[in-house]
Design a protein around this ligand. Structure first.
Ligand code: ASP
Length: 448
C-alpha cells in the first residue's frame, strides 16, 4: 500500500514537472535566451516524444490485446452461467448509455447558459478556417469521417465487431473484435464440461502474469507522464487558457468536473454494492483509481490506460475479475462520458460562433448523435475531435432542412478549437476512464 502512494506521488510530480518543462520550452522568451535554441527545442521535443510516446505508450499498448483477450475470457468463464452473463451485459449497456446521455445533457445545459461562442468575431473565424486548412492530417481524417456519415460510422462499428480475421484484427490492435471473439470463446468454454479446466487455468494464469507485467510498467508512469505532458504543453503552451476561447475551455472543464466529481460519484453511491468494510464512500474508490486517472491525463488514451485501469480496479479497488474483465475492456472503447460531453459542447459552441440558432429539437439531435459519435470514437488521442464532424453534419442537415436560407457551419470551423483539443483531451480521457471504473464497480453487484 505504501509503495502505491509513493508511485502516486511520483506520477503527480511527473505531471507537474512535465507541465512546467513543456511551458518553458514553449515560452519564446525563455527559448530565445538560450544559445542554439532552435536545435535544443527540437532535440528536447524528440526526447520527450521518444520517452513518452515510443517507450511508455508503446509498453502500455503492447499489453492491450493480450490483456483484453485474457481478461474477457477470465471474466466470462468465471461468471459461468449464461443467463447471468446476459444480465451483466444488459446492465453494462444500460449503464454506458445512460451515463453518456447524462454527460451530454449536462454539457448542453452549460454551453447554452454560458454561450462561449457568442464572443467569437468574424476575423477570428476567418483565421481559424485558414489555420485549419493547413493542418493536412486533420483535414484528411475529418473529411473521411464526414463522408462516412452517421450511418457509415455505426455500420463501421458493427462491422468491426465481427472480425473476418481475428489475427489480423489483433495485429491492427483493434480491441472490439477481440472482445467479441473472447466473449464467444469464453461462453463456449463454459459449455464443454470438465475438459474446460485446462483452458480456464491457462487463461487465469496468463492474466495473472500480464497483471504482474503491468505492475512493472506502471513504475515507468512518472517518467512517461512527465515526457508526454512536456511534449504536449511545449507545442500548445498554457497561454491558451487565457485566449479568446478560454470560456469554451472553461465550460468543457466545468462540465467534465461536475460529471466526474459529482454525477459519477453520486451514481456510484446510489448503485454500487456496499464494500466488504461497509464503506459507501465513492471518493474512496476514486482515490483507489488515482493512478489510472493520472495515466489517462498523461496518455490521452483510454485504451493505452486500460492495463493500469485493470490493475487499479482489481488490485486496489476490490472490483471482481468477472466485472472488470467484462466492463473495463468494452468500456475503454465504447463508454466515453467525457468525449460525449465534449462533442456536444464543441458543436454548440461552433454553432454560436457562426450565429446559427439551435432549437430544442436540434439540441436533442445533438444529444443523440454526440452519444453515438462518442461510442464510435476509439480510445486514442483526439478520436473525439474526428468523430465530432458527424455531429456537426447532423446539425447542419437538420437546421438547413428547416430553413434552407441558413448557411451551414463549415468543417474548417473546427480550426477554432483544434489548438486546445489535446489539452481538453487529457481531462475528457480521465473522465472516460473514471466512468469505466465506476461502471465496473456497479456491475460487480450482479456478479456475486
Ligand atoms: N482520447 C479519448 C480517449 O481515449 C477519446 C477522445 O478523443 O475523446 O478516451
Amino acid at each position: 500500500m505504501r509503495s502505491s502512494w509513493i508511485l502516486t506521488l511520483l506520477i503527480l510530480v511527473g505531471l507537474v514537472l512535465g507541465t512546467i518543462a513543456g511551458q518553458l520550452l514553449y515560452d519564446p522568451e525563455f527559448n530565445l535566451s538560450q544559445p542554439d535554441s532552435e536545435h535544443a527545442h527540437t532535440t528536447a521535443l524528440a526526447v520527450f516524444d521518444f520517452l513518452g510516446n515510443t517507450i511508455f505508450m508503446g509498453l502500455l499498448k503492447m499489453m492491450i490485446i493480450p490483456l483484453v483477450a485474457t481478461s474477457v475470457v477470465v471474466g466470462v468463464t468465471s461468471v459461468g452461467d449464461f443467463r447471468k452473463l446476459g444480465k451483466i451485459g444488459g446492465w453494462t449497456l444500460v449503464y454506458y448509455v445512460s451515463t453518456m446521455l447524462i454527460a451530454v445533457t449536462l454539457g448542453l445545459c452549460l454551453v447554452t447558459a454560458f454561450k462561449p461562442g457568442a464572443k467569437i468575431d468574424e476575423q477570428r473565424r476567418a483565421e481559424a478556417e485558414v489555420g485549419f486548412s493547413q493542418d493536412t492530417d486533420k483535414v484528411e481524417a475529418l473529411t473521411a469521417k464526414q463522408q462516412e456519415g452517421l450511418m457509415g460510422a455505426v455500420r463501421g462499428l458493427v462491422s468491426q465487431i465481427i472480425p473476418l480475421n481475428i489475427v489480423a484484427a489483433a495485429a491492427k490492435g483493434q480491441p472490439l473484435p477481440i472482445i467479441f471473439f473472447s466473449i464467444f470463446f469464453g461462453v463456449v468454454v463454459t459449455m464443454i464440461g470438465p475438459r474446460n479446466r485446462i483452458i480456464i487455468d491457462f487463461f487465469n494464469a496468463t492474466f495473472e502474469v500480464l497483471m504482474k507485467m503491468v505492475h512493472a510498467v506502471i513504475w515507468l508512469a512518472p517518467v512517461g507522464v512527465f515526457a508526454l505532458l512536456a511534449w504536449t504543453v511545449a507545442r500548445i503552451g498554457l497561454s491558451v487558457f487565457a485566449s479568446a476561447i478560454s470560456t469554451y475551455m472553461f465550460v468543457v472543464l466545468l462540465g467534465l468536473g461536475i460529471h466526474g466529481l459529482i454525477v459519477l460519484p453520486l451514481i456510484l453511491k446510489l448503485f454500487a454494492k456496499v464494500g466488504p468494510d461497509g464503506s459507501t464512500n465513492p471518493y474512496r474508490f476514486m482515490k483507489q483509481m488515482r493512478q489510472a486517472i493520472m495515466t489517462a491525463i498523461g496518455t490521452d488514451s483510454s485504451s493505452a490506460t486500460l492495463p493500469v485501469t485493470m490493475e487499479c480496479a482489481t488490485e486496489i479497488g476490490g472490483v471482481s475479475k468477472q466485472s472488470a474483465g467484462f466492463v473495463l475492456p468494452l468500456g475503454s472503447t465504447i463508454n466515453m462520458d467525457g468525449t460525449a460531453l465534449y462533442e456536444a459542447v464543441a458543436v454548440v459552441f461552433l454553432a454560436q460562433a457562426y450565429g446559427m440558432q439551435l432549437g430544442v429539437a436540434t439540441l436533442v439531435l445533438i444529444a443523440i448523435t454526440a452519444t453515438l459519435a462518442a461510442v464510435g470514437a476509439a480510445g486514442i488521442p483526439s478520436a473525439g475531435l474526428v468523430t465530432m464532424v458527424i455531429v456537426l453534419d447532423a446539425v447542419n442537415s437538420n437546421v438547413i432542412a428547416n430553413d434552407p436560407t441558413v448557411s451551414p457551419i463549415p468543417v474548417a470551423a473546427i480550426g477554432l478549437i483544434i489548438g486546445v483539443d489535446r489539452i481538453l483531451d487529457m481531462f475528457r480521457t480521465a473522465v472516460n476512464v473514471w466512468g469505466d471504473a465506476v461502471g465496473a464497480k456497479i456491475i460487480d453487484r450482479f456478479c456475486t
